[in-house]
Design a protein around this ligand. Structure first.
Ligand SMILES: Nc1nc2c(ncn2[C@@H]2O[C@H](COP(=O)(O)OP(=O)(O)OP(=O)(O)O)[C@@H](O)[C@H]2O)c(=O)[nH]1
Length: 675
């Protein structure tokens, strides 16, 4: 068997089955077995093989399960939503263990957080699906669980996942109580008209106060306290009640097996061997291997090569039926073919397409360039594939004088941008330069010529280098967000002054109980995007939480500020600032750059300028060789001559010297230190 064939089989889990057979025959533990049955040439596949084995060890039962025995009324589709770190992934682990989807071992921790970046950062960034088999009242149920991220930057993942569900488990930490993302996630589920089951987690903690949390839930969400379930996901306390509540309270999906086949693509990723793997929610009918299906988006026909359940690893089955959630591989080789939000139907039975998802609104834009222009094609394909898995990123071609051809990418927030960058490096081995992030400003043009050129009076500016001059603009607009802050009452003073310093306007303030306050502020997005959350956390000793939603645009007095290194403008560091902030921002950026740029053999002048007027300056001193070291005593004029020669040399170097700006300086220059 050839190497590529083995690899292919591993990926399609066929080899997994062959090896499983051998494991059973020789009665050996699956893990070690993999090394024994391999021939030396196959050893190269070990990483892939071991992951196949891991998946085998995590899904012992229900091989070849007949999904037709789960009619729609025996199916429940639900999401787990919560604020960051309230225990979604831990509860998902318990549910997987209790239903036998994974083995109960120490190693099986946060199994749904599969990405390296998720494990390293300890956060979920990607929603993950797992199908569970559960018996209740002597009836077998198929439960499809979707674990979602908690951070505001990934809320698009949450809203998409909700479209495949009829209910949610809203997890709330028994110690921290309701937090900003709890409120935001509650409203997402509420607007989608889903059944909400409040689950109070971490009751094992010493400071847990489930009573208080129940009162908060009653007050803020108007859900009676009797509906709350108290659990400890870590210890498994009362988790069985959660499963029962899922079956009893969440309605089964609508749709019938007799309807024409209709499925919504709610997520997808790219596999090197099989092409696009789409996660689907089947709204009606059934689909099987070999069926000819059509993508409503492109009107292209495909043949189904593989389909199955996610448990949480792929688990191929023969068919998928109405109400079920699973994956499908249909020979889509191009990333553009798998649009998230697309509808799939049978070739002979066209159906009305699902309206799809509202496109994610990018909040932060940054330039992304290859380290070396020769890496451009590889980076382009990496970005295309990663954006398939993360459809909330917008991509536009861009180029810069200094960095060559690249892209301008739009993200939902700074963490989203950092995670995307990290995934590019870890999953695609791509090394990139990311420029200073900016928010999408708008300019209302007054020049008829420009209006004609752009085809509209309003111009959105995602690249500060293209900021139009005041002379051709009647007004500038900046994006606003409505921020929600939840914090202990004792910290409100400090939080209010932080918000004021960010040009925020208070809209509302209510007590959610006798200790915690919920405040609403209207912020200019630019003021919160880089470092606001970190500062809020640090000045509230980690107790405040923050979430925001889009609040349109407002007129603002904006100007473009250039950063010059030795008199040369660095286009990638150009920023758009509010006029009142220009001096303080310019000064802070120069100071930050002074800290981030390493000293070189020549002096570097770091300047911030508006037009031709320099508003701030810092100097990075040159390394200096002691040219007088060998001059023992002697005439002063000789010393002066040596020093002058050195100074002339430095001047020349400074003129021709190229200042290298370190990669991370582009973001760090924008972070402000709060006094
Ligand atoms: N004491 C205690 N700790 C818990 C419990 N449930 C979760 N934790 C801990 O809380 C931390 C966060 O848990 P996660 O499951 O990663 O939380 P999450 O909500 O999935 O986090 P994000 O995906 O980042 O939003 C981990 O250190 C868990 O061990 C619990 O019932 N009791």
């Amino acid at each position: 068997m050839s190497y590529s064939r083995v690899k292919h089989l591993c990926d399609t889990a066929l080899l997994g089955r062959v090896l499983q057979f051998k494991v059973c025959r020789r009665k050996m533990p699956g893990y070690n077995m993999s090394y024994r049955v391999l021939r030396p040439r196959w050893m190269k596949c070990l990483p892939v093989l071991s992951s196949s084995f891991r998946s085998l060890s995590t899904q012992p039962a229900k091989d070849g399960v007949d999904l037709s025995k789960f009619p729609v009324d025996k199916i429940r589709n639900f999401c787990i939503i919560a604020h960051i770190d309230h225990g979604k992934s831990t509860l998902a682990d318990r549910l997987l263990e209790m239903t036998g989807a994974i083995a109960k071992t120490e190693k099986n921790k946060q199994v749904l957080d599969k990405l390296q970046v998720e494990r390293e950062r300890g956060i979920t960034v990607k929603a993950q699906t797992a199908s569970l088999f559960y018996s209740h009242d002597r009836q077998e149920y198929l439960l499809n669980l979707i674990d979602t991220p908690g951070h505001v930057d990934f809320s698009y993942e949450v809203s998409r996942s909700l479209s495949a569900c009829q209910g949610v488990l809203l997890i709330i930490d028994a110690n921290q109580g309701i937090q900003a993302q709890t409120v935001a996630n509650f409203y997402l589920a509420f607007e989608a008209q889903l059944t909400i089951i409040p689950v109070i987690n971490k009751i094992d903690l010493k400071n847990a106060d489930p009573e208080r949390v129940e009162s908060q839930i009653e007050k803020v969400f108007d859900i009676p306290r009797e509906e709350c379930i108290r659990i400890s996901a870590k210890l498994g306390t009362n988790v069985e009640t959660v499963l029962q509540a899922v079956v009893e309270r969440i309605p089964p999906p609508a749709g019938s097996i007799d309807d024409p086949f209709k499925a919504l693509v709610f997520d997808s990723n790219f596999d090197h061997y099989r092409g696009v793997v789409a996660n689907i929610a089947v709204f009606g009918g059934r689909v099987k291997k070999g069926d000819k299906i059509v993508s409503a988006y492109l009107c292209k026909t495909y043949e189904v090569n593989e389909l199955g359940l996610l448990r949480p690893e792929e688990h191929p089955t023969q068919k998928l039926f109405a109400g079920q959630v699973g994956y499908i591989v249909a020979g889509m080789k191009d990333v553009k073919e798998a649009q998230i939000g697309d509808t799939l139907y049978h070739q002979e039975q066209p159906v009305e397409a699902h309206p799809g998802f509202k496109p994610a609104k990018a909040m932060v834009f940054a330039g992304m360039y290859p380290m070396d222009q020769s890496e451009y094609p590889a980076l382009r394909s990496a970005i295309e594939r990663l954006t398939l898995n993360d459809s909330s990123v917008t991509v536009q071609r861009d180029s810069s004088l200094a960095l060559g051809a690249g892209w301008r990418l739009g993200f939902l927030g700074l963490l989203h941008m950092e995670v995307f960058n990290q995934r590019l490096e870890q999953e695609y081995n791509a090394s990139v330069i990311v420029t200073a992030p900016t928010v999408p400003y708008k300019a209302v043009l007054s020049s008829a010529k420009l209006i004609k050129e752009h085809g509209s009076e309003e111009l959105t500016i995602v690249n500060p280098a293209q900021f139009p001059d005041r002379s051709v603009v009647s007004e500038y607009l900046e994006p606003m967000v409505l921020g929600t802050i939840l914090a202990p009452e004792t910290h409100t003073g400090k939080i209010m002054s932080l918000c004021l310093s960010r040009r925020a306007v208070q809209k509302n303030m209510v007590y959610i109980d006798d200790q915690r306050v919920m405040m609403k502020y209207l912020f200019p997005l630019n003021e919160i995007v880089v470092d606001f959350y970190d500062l809020l956390k640090s000045l509230s000793s980690g107790y405040a939480s923050f979430d925001y939603e889009n609040a349109g645009y407002q007129t603002a007095d904006l100007i473009k500020m250039d950063i010059l290194l030795n008199g040369r403008p660095v286009e990638e560091l150009t920023t758009i600032v509010h006029r009142d902030r220009a001096y303080s921002t310019g000064k802070a950026m120069c100071e930050r750059l002074k800290e981030s740029i390493p000293r070189q053999m020549f002096e570097i002048a770091v300047q911030a300028a508006i037009g031709s007027k320099v508003i701030a300056r810092e100097t990075i001193k040159a390394y200096r060789k002691n040219v007088l070291a060998k001059c023992y005593g002697g005439d002063i004029t000789r010393k002066m001559k040596l020093l002058k020669k050195q100074a002339d040399g430095k001047k020349k170097m400074r003129r021709i010297g190229n200042v290298e700006v370190p990669k991370d300086a582009f973001i760090s220059v924008l972070k402000r230190k709060e006094k």
